[in-house]
Design a protein around this ligand. Structure first.
Ligand code: BG6
Length: 459
């Protein structure tokens, strides 16, 4: 029997832009996703925009009942900055206050702990127009927004998170041309990341000053890195991938300082972000209470087989290449490897290298294209999702039995949702969303998870 603690958090995660939808007259301001899914519609799978979501704004009561039906005891939605403060830094939208108050109250009434995330990739358009996180004024606006959230909802929310995967908007929006504003410039990406870290620090500071009894943390996607071989060149490549994509952020948040090696490298290549006097002290002084880890896949790397163009755009990929390991197990819908052992390795890393901090799995899951092919007797028979979950939970259990302080497991996601770039291509939910009707129905994995929660584990 894989038994989990009786106070273990079992839940699911979601995000405002991916689930809420927009209703005429709701007072919500535009964010970069509302804008880019309209203006750069061809970049989105089947051209689906943020208008077409699972309608959490209107159906939150129904969804929270569905959560209770499968015995979830925690849920991590995000607040939409542009719904609460339509222009990012001005007046508060009273309808949003009503909505988030009702949503939080409804969760609590159903015995589901709200884990509230303040930012899930969704910069208000008015803030993006003045430079987004490249502009320090936006850092201040974010801290003001966080403070308003703590003031409005802080009496009832037990767990707060400043950001979901802060590396992604910097990397996907400013280096890899996947998210708006579609910039390809390492130095600007590094500045966005640095300012995001400062925004996190500012929100934590305000939170501490308010002396709330709740806890605050951040959600990070830690991708464990594996070298192709033990050859020194492959090991060095793995070090570099880890340094740029994981340690740069993790060390700043969890150890209070950027790794020295990255500073030297960025100076050498003239890629230092805009760091002002005092920034590093702010980072050093900021401590979180709880860490969320999103885990989907490993990163396998090898030494480069060609010399990068020294006149091209600087990129971490100058120092390594991705490695396609023969025999790897793939989720072909998303084009990523399935590697449950990676979750154990992350847990051990947190235990050994990051002071055994309290943490939880804030996202894990498998997105499948064409899931309707698995409908039998009116239900998605997603045995692949059950197997995926089971294998990851076994690895997590192993780490916990060796002392890892993991407090919970939240699945991505509760009901199939719209996704950045991918629209509705890959389905992740415990509940299926029928399009265009919007009908929601439980999948086999939802029933399996309910049983796991009720038994506090599985055989
Ligand atoms: C996570 C994000 O990294 O991946 C979610 O936090 C996202 O917002 C999820 O939906 C799955 O990604 P995708 O692109 O397969 O939908």
């Amino acid at each position: 029997m894989y038994k989990f603690p009786s106070d273990f958090f079992w839940g699911a995660a979601s995000s405002a832009t991916q689930s809420e939808g927009r209703v005429p007259g709701d007072g919500k301001g535009e964010n970069i996703w509302d804008y880019s899914s309209q203006q750069f519609n061809h970049r989105f799978f089947q051209g689906v925009t943020t208008e077409n979501t699972s309608h959490f704004y209107q159906d939150y009561q129904g969804d929270i009942q569905r959560m209770a039906d499968i015995s979830l005891n925690s849920f991590r939605p995000s607040i939409s900055w542009s719904r609460l403060i339509p222009d990012g830094d001005g007046p508060v939208n009273p309808q949003a206050v009503i909505f988030y108050n009702q949503m939080i109250d409804e969760l609590l009434a159903k015995g589901i702990q709200p884990f509230i995330n303040l930012y899930h990739f969704d910069m208000p358009m008015a803030m993006q127009e003045i430079g987004g996180f490249e502009n320090r004024q936006v850092v201040s606006a974010y801290v003001r927004y966080a403070k308003i959230c703590f003031e409005l909802f802080g009496d009832r929310v037990p767990y707060w998170f400043t950001f979901n995967e802060p590396m992604i908007p910097a990397e996907a929006g400013y280096l890899h041309d996947r998210h708006y504003p579609y910039v390809v410039d390492f130095k600007r990406a590094a500045t966005v990341l640095h300012h995001t870290i400062l925004a996190h620090c500012g929100a934590v500071k305000v939170f501490r000053e308010m002396a709330l009894s709740s806890k605050i943390g951040i959600i990070m996607d830690v991708i464990p890195v594996y070298p192709r071989s033990q050859h020194p060149a492959d090991l060095e490549a793995a070090e570099m991938a880890d340094l740029f994509y994981t340690k740069s952020l993790n060390d700043a948040i969890l150890k209070g300082a950027y790794p020295a090696e990255i500073g030297l490298l960025l100076k050498q290549y003239d890629q230092m972000p805009m760091i002002e006097a005092g920034d590093l002290d702010v980072i050093a002084a900021t401590k979180i209470d709880l860490l969320g880890i999103n885990y989907y896949r490993p990163r396998r790397v090898k030494a480069r087989e060609s010399v990068p163009n020294p006149h091209g755009v600087f990129s971490p990929e100058w120092f390594f290449e991705n490695y396609e390991m023969p025999g790897r197990r793939m989720n072909t819908s998303r084009g990523i490897e399935i590697y449950p052992r990676g979750l154990y390795d992350i847990a051990k890393k947190l235990q050994v290298e990051y002071g055994n901090i309290d943490w939880f799995v804030s996202e894990n899951g498998i997105g499948i294209q064409g899931e309707e092919a698995f409908i039998e007797d009116g239900m998605v028979q997603d045995d692949y999702r059950i197997a995926f979950l089971r294998e990851h939970l076994v690895e997590l259990h192993r780490a916990m039995s060796e002392g890892s302080r993991c407090l919970g497991f939240q699945m991505w996601t509760f009901v199939d949702c719209w996704s950045w770039v991918n629209g509705y291509k890959n389905r992740y939910g415990f509940y299926r969303l029928e399009l265009p009707s919007g009908e929601k129905s439980i999948k086999k994995s939802g029933l399996w998870f309910k049983e796991v929660i009720e038994n506090q584990g599985f055989n």
